[in-house]
Design a protein around this ligand. Structure first.
Ligand SMILES: C[S@@+](CC[C@H](N)C(=O)[O-])C[C@H]1O[C@@H](n2cnc3c(N)ncnc32)[C@H](O)[C@@H]1O
Length: 195
């Protein structure tokens, strides 16, 4: 089964020079997104075979940008946070593509304009089962679909606008305790690995 994750970085920097020494502050909690990439893609020795994560950098300056890591083709990405942040930093030097226009930056690493609404539109067209991660929802168990996409937030709750957009989607919990996003991704993998 193909697994996808979409994480919204509400304050995450979308353009310009990224301060690799201050990912948690000046970069708008980019550290949260970097850890999410690591948890989504990496296993003990190497990378999951068919796993995607799309970061939504909503913090400006300028227009939002999405960065899509596709484990099927990714090469040369190292697991350490600074290396992942370094890749993101190089992409932020490029002009942000138009909404929905996917530009391959390097093998398996793409960027595009748009926001979570754009990602959901794309995933629906690709028959991805959409599940919003929410501690207060019914528990996640096994998933039958060939492609499943999980939506999560960074350290902030979903905005009112995002909540409206996600309201009609199915919600699933991985436990009653709210975890950090990267931990939630690890637990999702653990649950799906059992089935
Ligand atoms: C740090 S949490 C966000 C906490 C934020 N204060 C809130 O109220 O949404 C990051 C994301 O991880 C996911 N998450 C964390 N714990 C979870 C749980 N127990 N079950 C399902 N999803 C969870 C949610 O999608 C959440 O948006």
């Amino acid at each position: 089964m193909q697994r996808r994750f979409a994480i919204i970085g509400h304050r995450a920097q979308s353009n310009g020079k990224l301060n690799l020494n201050d990912l948690a502050g000046a970069s708008g909690r980019m550290d949260v997104l970097v850890r999410a990439v690591s948890s989504a893609l990496f296993i003990s020795h190497g990378m999951r075979k068919d796993c995607h994560i799309t970061l939504h950098l909503m913090g400006g300056p300028g227009v939002p940008r999405r960065i899509w890591f596709d484990s099927r083709n990714l090469i040369g990405l190292h697991v350490d946070d600074r290396a992942i942040a370094g890749r993101i930093s190089k992409i932020l030097q490029e002009p942000s593509p138009a909404r929905g226009q996917l530009v391959e930056f390097s093998p398996g690493l793409w960027h595009s304009g748009g926001d979570i609404e754009t990602t959901l539109e794309e995933w629906k067209k690709e028959d991805v089962q959409l599940l919003v991660l929410d501690a207060d929802a019914p528990p996640l168990s096994n998933v039958e679909a060939e492609k499943v996409g999980f939506i999560l937030s960074d350290d902030l709750p979903f905005s009112d606008e995002e909540s409206d957009l996600l309201a009609k989607l199915e919600k699933k919990s991985i436990g009653q305790t709210w975890l950090q996003g990267h931990s939630a991704i690890t637990v999702v993998h653990h649950i799906l690995d059992q089935s």
